[in-house]
Write a protein that binds this ligand. Structure first.
Ligand code: SF4
Length: 304
């Protein structure tokens, strides 16, 4: 698929996923021993990887919470059954509108019906289901109806994320929500969170709404991103703008404990500590993207 807002700088080439199933098992054992609590598989499309189900099962046997995302395009009953048998903890399905036409427009393909059917299967098999939705031009004024739709589907959680101008969204900037609507949307999300017990409402890039929570960047300390080539960076988002922060070695060549302490990761953490000291909490990716410099104040927090 070629989603119009996709953050990956993907232009249609197939990126090779390296490593055999046995290599993954070895790495998962190492991760389990080194305190990795949760693994989330994101896209491309994780369900295209046939070894995913065995990897999830093995991760669970090593006491790791195993979660996968999917765009829902191939989420049929057989895949849902295999996810259940593997013991997956949560499945995150992308859904960006309750209107078929709008969702398919953003996703650049006829996937709405398949994603909705996939969600129904997930609920039928008793799997925790989160809908991941970007806030974009086609839905930012109509979030009530969307939440209602998801409630009827029985989803457990919805996570909203403000669409960022990275990857394919640079050339398709007509899908971006107007920046002037950011704080109004934030207020709406707060209202929805108060109103609904289920689905649980959560959000990304609205850190100012989580006043009680830590607003420091967790990249390179609490979360890490592993690329399809097995290299580690502090966060997926920062990697789209600063690819230099990838480790030189990959998870198949080096122990995970060493990679977490790699000089590139440490450099990022030091840079962020300095940024935080002068400019306060916020997301360094947002600073880079909107202010063109890492050392600056997160523009989305300025009015908070
Ligand atoms: S760079 Fe931004 S998105 Fe990435 S971990 Fe830090 S705060 Fe989160």
């Amino acid at each position: 698929m070629k989603c119009k807002h996709c953050s990956a700088n993907f232009r249609g080439e197939v990126r090779e996923v390296i490593g055999k199933k046995e290599d993954y098992f070895r790495v998962l054992t190492d991760m389990g021993k080194n305190g990795v609590g949760e693994i989330y598989f994101s896209g491309g499309e994780p369900l295209l990887l046939d070894s995913l189900f065995d990897v999830i099962k093995f991760g669970k046997e090593n006491n790791i919470i195993m979660t996968t995302g999917t765009n829902g395009a191939i989420l049929d009953e057989e895949k849902v059954k295999r996810l259940k048998e593997a013991g997956v903890d949560k499945v995150f399905v992308s859904l960006d509108s309750y209107e078929e036409e709008k969702h398919d427009f953003l996703r650049n393909g006829k996937v709405f019906k398949k994603a909705v059917k996939g969600i129904e299967y997930l609920k039928e098999y008793g799997i925790y289901t989160r809908v991941d939705s970007v806030i974009w031009k086609g839905n930012y004024e109509d979030l009530d109806n969307f939440v209602n739709f998801c409630q009827k589907l029985g989803v457990d959680e919805i996570t909203f994320a403000w669409t960022m101008k990275v990857g394919r969204a640079i050339e398709n900037d007509e899908v971006l929500p107007p920046k002037s609507a950011y704080f109004k949307v934030g207020e709406k999300l707060k209202e929805l969170k108060r109103k609904y017990n289920l689905p649980k409402i959560s959000f990304h890039r609205f850190e100012y709404l989580n006043k009680e929570e830590c607003r420091d960047c967790p990249g390179g300390r609490k979360i890490f991103y592993i690329s399809s080539a097995g290299k580690i960076s502090p966060c997926f988002w920062i990697n789209t703008l600063l690819p230099d922060f990838f480790t030189e070695k990959n998870i198949f060549e080096e122990k995970i404990s060493n990679l977490f302490q790699d000089k590139k990761i440490k450099k990022f953490v030091e840079m962020e500590k300095k940024r935080y000291k002068y400019f306060g909490s916020g997301c360094p990716t947002m600073c880079l993207m909107e202010n063109n410099k890492f050392n600056s104040k997160d523009p989305l927090l300025i009015n908070s």
